[in-house]
Design a protein around this ligand. Sequence first.
Ligand SMILES: Cc1ncc(COP(=O)(O)O)c(C=O)c1O
Length: 412
Amino acid sequence: MQNIKKDDPVWGFVADEAARQSGHLELIASENHTSNEVLAALGTCLTDKYAEGYPGRRYYGGCAHVDEVENLARARAKELFGAAHANVQPHSGTQANVACFMALLEPGDRVLGMSLDHGGHLSHGHPKNFSGLFYDFHAYGLDKQTERLDLDAVRDAALKLRPKLLLAGASAYSRTIDFEAFASIAREVDALLMVDMAHIAGLVAGGAHPSPVPHADVVTMTTHKTLRGPRGGLILSRGDWFKRVNSAVFPGGQGGPFMHAIAGKAIALREALEPGFRTYAAEVVKNAAALAATLTEHGLRIVSGGTDNHLMLVDVSSVGSTGADAETALGGVGITCNKNLIPYDEQPPMKASGVRLGTAAVTTRGLGVSEMETLGRAIAEVLRAPKDATVLARVGATVAELTSAFPIPGRG
Ligand SMILES: Cc1ncc(COP(=O)(O)O)c(C=O)c1O
């Protein structure tokens, strides 16, 4: 940042984004604030280096040092998650999923994954995504009453459909996922099990959510959400799957790895191995529970009645709003979040009946339970009176107090 020429508009755009991040409270559940060390790794000369292939087997010369970086990142990922094999090259979570589908399936094979409308991800079978285009995706959903996964229904669907792959993991599900039960269903129908733990990777790393690693054939994740690393993907696998996974990542779906991002992943993985990360993961969950409880006390309905992890879906139709309007109103007072479908939503996705709130980024800033209560009251006030100038000014001032009392660590 300090090396970008100040007369290039790019500098100004980045400075504006830095100011936005520092002056707003980030409640987008898939975002976080990385350490300065991770940021620094992303700005190193490693971005110059082509390194197609894997350590010790590259298609280019001069890879001795980047080999060490990649080996270290792989070793740390294996240690952190107790995995047999790690591939740290995927450019993103979607790329990691592409690679695993290619490794485990033939085009046209049947997959049973979580419904996108109930919290699954686009790369789990959206008809316009490669996953939906190339594989035969079927969906399990949430129970209408409890708004939770019903594993008996998942089992029934698996018995009926006999998928080659059972896929667990979500973008907007606030409850603990029982990976052991998914593994038992997969075994019963002779399916492979893939877990996409993009959202909860940091909670798993910090011991705040049960790990899928002992139960799944392959586990994909993003490194930039609760894991608090650089933008990217990562794949863990067991048995011999790593061979097929490696060739599905490269040359299957990607070219040269982003070595600067892999250095950033290595640093984030080291940070996640440090004892403080367990405390961080526990606090993320505690903060989410406190925020959900405060919103409930103030008359907002939380999907499934609460949260076990870092996120929650708030049904804003309970205060006569839509997700889109709520996102705009909260954005106006410096609280950033995203509209989100709730299970069995009658609104279209661009309107939606919910907002998704997550506590990973605000916990990185050091906000705790008492600040969650303040924030919960503020959010409820805005959602109840989104056009009331007095309310908006008061909440804007509260957000300004919180952001200045809790600066993003390491950012000046
Ligand atoms: C469950 C899940 N998988 C995959 C992804 C995709 O990650 P990326 O945006 O890095 O491709 C996301 C992103 O939000 C996600 O929530």
